[in-house]
Write a protein that binds this ligand. Structure first.
Ligand code: SF4
Ligand code: SF4
Length: 787
């Protein structure tokens, strides 16, 4: 929030509202004697006292004493401590502790302001949302109208944010949020809150928030919940007990509780695999799911919760985009309120010092971010400190990582682990799961083979639609269609067959439901996604049909519908053949190409094109490469066909776009897919495209597919490829049809045949090629072409 400067007198820091030449670019963290011991400074000739107060500050791995850079720590990793590189003349030093008392006195005005602002925010947020509770009760009691449910319905229908407002005559009304704000109405929000919580993690941020909340609202109004992941740092568990005592003595009415998964984290490592940056199952399974399960209310329903969290914008770019109050950011039934969103690291520590709050020992040892003993997102520095100071806690996990790397037959295994490559695991090739799912065919019949499914294969069918039947045969009603199926048992494999399941969305959902049934190990993660309480996972996975509203949240919450299936799945052959490429969400716009064709010589030298250089220009360049106008995105040389297209563009732009379309069907992976997979003359829903791509590229993440499909749709809608070449004719309700091109030029047909023979290295052309639905040629690109 404030700018920071060194304060050489106290050895501390000063908060200031102004930017000066002394202002520090990054907020430093305090350093205690325990960290200097770990780095071996005492053995290297430094003298310092073993005090309660910190001694110096660090920014990244540079260490400052009274404003002077003293040394840098280089090259730490999970096995090795860093090398210390001293600044000249700083090889020996006698260090005095920071004068914390005086530092606090000098920063007292600034701290007073930010603390009180945060307290006010907490109080206002609490009043607003607890006011909703009263208003809801009142409106229901007086008028028998559930305004909250009505507001949600109106929001869905009008696709704009609605608010419940209190009118002058004390009645309630639902109006657009914008109107309510413009008219200065008292907005009661549209969220009923069942429970207010302060989630405690053992880290400094959640500790400050907890203290602020105790100062802002009564201890009976909220509760403290600590999610124990099963591999918490040992001092975090100790701190939780200390914090419980600390506040328990002051506020006996304040409720504390812990949550944890029913199974141990080490068992899950065996069953799901090591967590990685792609498979961060541990957060959902060990932290979020147990927390939200513990918050359920009557009828197994998810409670509506407001949680005061310790999120800070400074922590990451993603977090810097968060609002201070976020509804449904992390979970659909949770409102997150972040009182210290704009606080910096220094302000956090000043608050802890000022109120003498118990501090997690891990910070004194040099850990910069308190979390689990090991984490795919932790830095090499934190891995090093944990292995040096909490070796016994890390040991079983490190052993598992080493065993896992062993199975990968990597030559330099130490180096692989040191450089953190184990955190990049994408597939499940070292896991060898005892179950498997293979899609044998998706067209015309959906045929899926399953080996050793863990659950009855129909367990999640009710989530798709109304399901009737058993594990041998039955049917599912989806939309206005009824899809029947039967199951065969061949060589210890179950084969499920849906004849003529000609609907990509339905196929996608069936696959997700079956992935769940095959791989489910009752991890709890999908249960908390169910808004109605229909799904329960413990003790057995089952859906209560009378409560299920077929919202499909339990199927769509994660890739493949199941955290475990996604982690164990091996890469499929189709996705290794062709890899999808993204375009930063931008399509190939007609006006961009127009400008390029007429100004190609200076296009990349000037900024007259008006495209932003961060996203639009790289995206357009990629499209030019895939249109085969440029050789590649780096050199940007114009190809021979590119030169020809530029020369005819002014006189015959239609032909240029026809040729660009042909080139894109060869060079742009997503348009190759489109040309080969989207049928002509069939009404297709925009949303269906994502499911179709997912069906063909199951290893590509949902987010990547969403972005690529969006860019593809923009190309089809914002260039002549869509309407003029008939590849995308928009109809009502976000549906479209791909039509056979009606006015195709002869040159384009000739070019298409030329490309065909070039790609197939063939000098002969069979007439059947022109009509082939399966060979990449004119029919695939344009539909019927000979009339
Ligand atoms: S189906 Fe749900 S509970 Fe079962 S393993 Fe998958 S995510 Fe976990
Ligand atoms: S999330 Fe719950 S209500 Fe929705 S489909 Fe699944 S079981 Fe049914």
């Amino acid at each position: 929030m404030y700018k920071i400067e060194w304060d050489k007198d106290t050895g501390g820091v000063l908060l200031s509202a102004k930017v000066t030449k002394e202002t520090l670019g990054i907020a430093p963290r305090p350093v205690w004697f325990e960290e200097l011991d770990l780095l071996g400074l005492d053995r290297l000739g430094w003298t310092y006292p073993r005090t309660e107060e910190p001694l110096m500050w660090a920014v990244n791995k540079q260490y400052f004493y009274r404003g002077d850079l003293m040394f840098e720590a280089k090259g730490a990793n999970i096995y090795d401590t860093p090398t210390i590189v001293f600044q000249s003349g700083k090889e020996t030093a006698t260090i005095k502790p920071i004068d914390v008392k005086e530092m606090l006195r000098r920063n007292s005005d600034q701290m007073f302001l930010i603390e009180n602002e945060a307290i006010e925010f907490i109080r206002d947020t609490y009043m607003a949302y607890s006011g909703v509770n009263k208003a809801n009760a009142l409106s229901k009691a007086n008028q028998e109208v559930d305004f909250e449910a009505l507001a949600e319905k109106v929001e869905k229908r009008t696709k704009q944010k609605m608010a419940v407002v209190k009118q002058d005559c004390d009645s309630f009304d639902i109006v657009p949020l914008k109107t309510a704000n413009a008219e200065g109405k008292r907005v009661l929000l549209s969220t009923r809150i069942d429970r207010f919580i302060a989630s405690f993690s053992g880290g400094k941020d959640s500790q400050v928030v907890l203290d602020l909340v105790t100062r802002a609202i009564p201890p009976t109004a909220f509760e403290v919940i600590y999610s124990d992941t099963g591999y918490e740092l040992p001092p975090s568990l100790e701190l939780y007990e200390e914090v419980k005592r600390f506040y328990g003595e002051r506020f006996p009415a304040l409720k504390f509780s812990t949550t944890s998964n029913h199974e141990s984290v080490l068992n899950y490592w065996d069953k799901i695999g090591t967590p990685s940056d792609t498979h961060r199952w541990c957060c959902s399974v060990m932290k979020t799911a147990p927390l939200y399960r513990s918050l359920k209310v009557e009828g197994n329903k998810q409670a509506r919760v407001l949680t005061f969290d310790g999120v800070r914008a400074e922590e990451s770019t993603r977090r810097s985009g968060y609002n201070r109050i976020g509804k449904g950011v992390k979970h659909s039934t949770v409102v997150n309120a972040s009182p210290i969103l704009n606080w910096n690291l220094v302000e956090i520590f000043l608050y802890i010092f000022k109120y003498d709050l118990p501090i997690n020992i891990a910070y004194r040892k040099g850990i910069t971010r308190v979390g689990c003993v090991i984490c795919p997102f932790s830095s090499e520095w934190n891995d090093m400190v944990v292995n040096q100071t909490f070796k016994f806690a890390l040991k079983p996990f490190l052993k598992k990582i080493e065993n896992c790397v062993n199975k990968l037959a990597i030559s330099d295994q130490d180096e692989y682990i040191k450089s953190g490559n184990w955190k990049r695991r994408a597939g499940g090739r070292e896991m060898n799961p005892d179950s498997a799912l293979n899609v044998i065919s998706a067209n015309p019949d959906l045929i899926i083979e399953m080996v050793n499914p863990h659950k009855d294969i129909t367990t999640w069918f009710s989530a798709i639609g109304e399901f009737k039947g058993n594990s041998e045969y039955g049917h599912i009603k989806y939309g206005n269609s009824i899809y029947s199926f039967h199951v065969e048992n061949k060589n210890h494999k179950l084969i499920i067959i849906f004849p003529n399941a000609n609907n990509a969305l339905f196929i996608g959902l069936v696959k997700r439901a079956l992935y769940k049934a095959v791989f489910c190990i009752n991890c709890e993660a999908c249960e908390v996604e169910c808004p109605t309480g229909a799904l329960s996972i413990i003790p057995e996975a089952k859906i209560n049909k009378s409560k299920c509203v077929h919202c499909q949240k339990c199927l769509n919450f994660h890739e493949l519908g199941c955290i475990v299936a996604h982690s164990l799945k091996k890469t499929t052959s189709k996705s290794t053949k062709m890899k999808l490429v993204g375009y930063n969400n931008f399509g190939l716009k007609e006006e961009w190409l127009d400008f390029y064709m007429l100004n190609h010589e200076d296009f990349f030298k000037s900024s007259d094109h008006g495209l932003n250089t961060k996203e639009q220009l790289p995206s357009f360049t990629k499209w030019l490469v895939h249109a085969e106008i440029l050789d590649n995105a780096k050199t940007k040389n114009i190809t021979e066909i590119g030169k020809l297209l530029i020369s005819i563009y002014s006189s015959n732009p239609s032909l240029v776009w026809e040729i660009i379309w042909i080139n894109l069907t060869y060079s742009s992976p997503i348009l190759t897919w489109y040309a080969q997979s989207v049928p002509f003359l069939k009404k297709t829903i925009d949303a269906e495209l994502k499911a179709m791509v997912k069906n063909d590229f199951p290893d590509t993440s949902d987010t990547t597919i969403k972005n690529i499909v969006y860019a593809m749709l923009r190309t089809l809608r914002e260039s002549p490829i869509g309407e003029d070449i008939c590849q995308y004719t928009a109809e009502e309700k976000q549906t479209f049809v791909r039509l056979p091109a009606s006015e195709l030029s002869r040159e384009a047909i000739a070019y298409s045949l030329y490309r065909y023979s070039e790609i197939n290295n063939s000098k002969e052309l069979r007439v059947s090629t022109i009509y082939s639905d399966t060979e990449h040629g004119p029919k695939i690109e344009f539909g019927t072409i000979l009339r």
